[in-house]
Design a protein. Structure first.
Length: 96
């Protein structure tokens, strides 16, 4: 969800000059509060320091991407695993 929110922020900055103005005035946290970032991600992004909004967006992308890659996805077994009968010939020892 964070990457989608970041894409929304960057797209909004293209059409809405108030985003870049807020960034330049040091009030990017006001804009971030309107996006769908998790509170922890919003706090991380609000602390970023950059000389331009383009640089800020690049740093934000790196943080969001790293956070999404760090999320551990739980690999659940298939519901069919263990329910289907095994091939009986596969379990038998074969002699040539």
């Amino acid at each position: 969800m964070s990457m989608k929110a970041l894409n929304h922020l960057v797209a909004r900055s293209i059409v809405d000059p108030s985003v870049v103005i807020s960034f330049n005035d040091g009030r990017i946290s006001d804009v971030l509060s309107e996006c769908e970032f998790a509170p922890e991600m919003r706090a991380n992004l609000a602390q970023l320091e950059a000389s331009s909004f383009a640089e800020y967006a690049m740093y934000a992308y790196r943080i969001v991407k790293a956070a999404e890659e760090a999320e551990v996805s739980i690999k659940m077994p298939s519901p069919l695993e263990g329910l289907l009968p095994r091939d009986s010939r596969a379990d038998q020892e074969q002699v040539a």
